[in-house]
Design a protein around this ligand. Structure first.
Ligand SMILES: CC(C)[C@H](C(=O)O)[C@@H](O)C(=O)O
Ligand code: SF4
Length: 469
């Protein structure tokens, strides 16, 4: 019987197995950032232990760094976490892409672009959106700080074998419907718990035709569906992306690696614990209107009404979300006014995202009531975008062009949405207070965010593509 990529990677990495206990897995790559690593390093120090494999550990700083002037870090907690990471990396001999490094960026953006992320690997990081790396056919998941310490010390991790879920998206997407809309559509239809206990393998024609950047956007938000991880079997698109990257196998070895990676792809007759099928033509540009990512609707529809709720619980959470968001039931999505636009985060801050957004705003002006910013995912993305003149397109339209980091995705620095104001955001989380106390987040694609910046409210980008762009 055939095997899925999830089972194949798992079996190759088990170093210890005992009946009734989780498996002990070998970890190929451990990514580290400033927020979830300080206690882990302190733990090592206390126990007088070393980092077992510094060569398989890679650190960056992204969560709380400033995006305007990187030399001035006013927040004392942020400054402390940043200097602590620098100190820890030096002491434990871990490579760090720090604030002055051309490789710095959001941890889930730089792993792939540096070629650290490779098919067949087990990848962990003290960060929930580690699932992003699954786009390469890696088993990649977030871990807690005590597990970070365990991996630093042993290069292994205790893990229970997950169930497998195949999520197939067949057919085609309309122009203007993007990877972000696919995952938001899935969350709106199946909720924030459908993936609990599973690793999701995404497949089908739509995924096959996607670029690596688009696949990363989908895998990134597997977590929002409750899944442990999400991945895509590697193919020619994966190999082409990796070729020539800084830490990818050299040209000489590449073909050999490629053969091994190809063998990892799920077998045709692989079986899964659960299968979901979706048709690409059912997906539209999506906008989240509530306080979790499943509270999302098609741009040409309305916010649900309490009358349509199936349970009392559903009705209560609708009412609570609408009170927080300052919206009305039955209100048209296109009538939601916005005051902020954030294009960034590990979901949508890569070069293609910026290209799509720039195409949308070129020659236009940001609406006078809107403050809009673009925060590239990494210094590399920033440089490449600047080489193409995208920074100028954004600046001329009235956007702010920033340094790379997590920024307004979680507002751990000064990039905050004021209370009561609405933000069209390309990030992945919209819970109460995520972008600042009282901030009202709407999760959307880069194209939708860019269009909202111009119009001051949500618009259906499919119509814009037909007539304007
Ligand atoms: C700070 C970190 C622990 C957190 C996470 O794990 O997700 C952050 O990246 C986030 O997106 O909220
Ligand atoms: S960009 Fe946002 S979701 Fe991604 S790692 Fe940073 S804070 Fe977390």
């Amino acid at each position: 019987m055939g095997k899925s990529i999830i089972e194949k990677i798992w079996e190759k990495h088990v170093v210890h197995r005992e009946e009734g206990k989780p498996d002990l897995l070998y970890i190929d790559l451990h990514l580290v950032h400033e927020v979830t690593s300080p206690q882990a390093f302190s733990g090592l120090r206390l126990k007088n232990r070393k980092v077992r494999r510094p060569d398989k550990t890679f650190a960056t700083m992204d969560h709380n760094i400033p995006t305007i002037n990187r030399k001035v870090i006013e927040d004392t907690v942020a400054l402390n976490q940043i200097t602590t990471l620098e100190k820890n990396c030096k002491e434990f001999n871990v490579t760090l892409a720090g604030l002055d490094s051309p490789d710095q960026g959001i941890v889930h953006v730089i792993g792939p672009e540096l070629g650290l992320t490779q098919p067949g690997m087990t990848i962990v990081c003290g960060d929930s959106h580690t699932s992003t790396h699954g786009a390469f056919g890696a088993l990649a998941f977030g871990i807690g700080t005590s597990e970070v310490e365990h991996v630093l010390a042993t290069q292994t991790l205790w893990q229970s074998k997950p169930k497998t879920l195949k999520l197939e998206i067949n057919g085609q997407l309309a122009k203007g419907v993007t990877a972000k809309d696919v995952i938001l559509f899935i969350l709106s239809k199946y909720g924030i718990q459908f993936g609990t206990g599973y690793v999701i393998e995404y497949g089908g024609e739509v995924i096959k035709n996607m670029t690596m950047e688009e696949r990363m956007t989908i895998c990134n938000m597997s977590i929002e569906g409750g899944a442990r991880a999400g991945l895509v079997s590697p193919d020619e698109t994966t190999f082409q992306y990796l070729k020539g990257r800084k830490y990818a196998p050299s040209q000489v070895e590449f073909d050999e690696y490629k053969d091994n990676w190809s063998d990892l792809a799920s077998d045709q007759d692989a079986t899964y614990d659960h299968v979901i099928q979706i048709d690409g033509k059912d997906i539209a540009p999506m906008v989240s209107w509530g306080t979790n990512p499943s509270m999302t609707a098609k741009v040409d529809s309305q916010i649900p009404k309490s009358l349509d709720c199936k349970t009392g619980l559903e009705k209560d959470s609708l009412e609570r979300a609408l009170t927080y968001m300052g919206l009305e039931e039955g209100q048209k999505i296109k009538d939601i006014q916005i005051q902020h636009v954030f294009i960034g985060s590990c979901t949508n801050s890569r070069l293609e995202d910026l290209q799509v957004a720039a195409e949308m705003v070129k020659g236009k002006k940001v609406h006078p009531q809107v403050r809009a910013m673009v925060v590239p995912g990494s210094q590399r993305v920033k440089r490449l975008a600047e080489d193409q003149g995208l920074d100028q397109v954004f600046i001329e339209a009235g956007f702010e062009w920033r340094e790379s980091g997590c920024s307004m995705c979680l507002s751990m620095n000064n990039d905050v949405v004021p209370s009561g104001e609405h933000c069209a955001s390309t990030s992945n989380r919209n819970f109460e207070g995520r972008q600042g106390a009282g901030a009202r987040t709407h999760l959307v694609s880069p194209a939708m965010a860019a269009a909202a910046a111009i119009y001051g409210h949500f618009v259906d980008v499919r119509e814009l593509y037909k007539v304007e762009v």
